[in-house]
Write a protein that binds this ligand. Structure first.
Ligand SMILES: [Zn+2]
Length: 67
């Protein structure tokens, strides 16, 4: 009886590349290739460098409520 099995991380069978859907490669998991890994990385960079949209000024008329 060995309880070590509980600590083992069981790899997900048939895991596919989230980018293109191909079977992923161990070396590039969770992607199928460096290409897909780079693509995903680029996506993250885009997220990081995205230009913040103009924040809608939450001007409420209530702020100017004068009596
Ligand atoms: Zn892929």
């Amino acid at each position: 009886m060995v309880d070590d099995a509980i600590d083992k991380v069981i790899p997900i069978k048939g895991a596919k590349c989230p980018n293109c859907g191909k079977l992923r490669q161990q070396a590039y998991r969770p992607f199928c290739s460096k290409r897909c890994a780079d693509l995903d990385l680029g996506r993250w960079f885009n997220e990081d460098y995205r230009i913040p949209a103009e924040e809608e000024a939450g001007v409420e008329d209530d702020a100017y409520s004068e009596e």
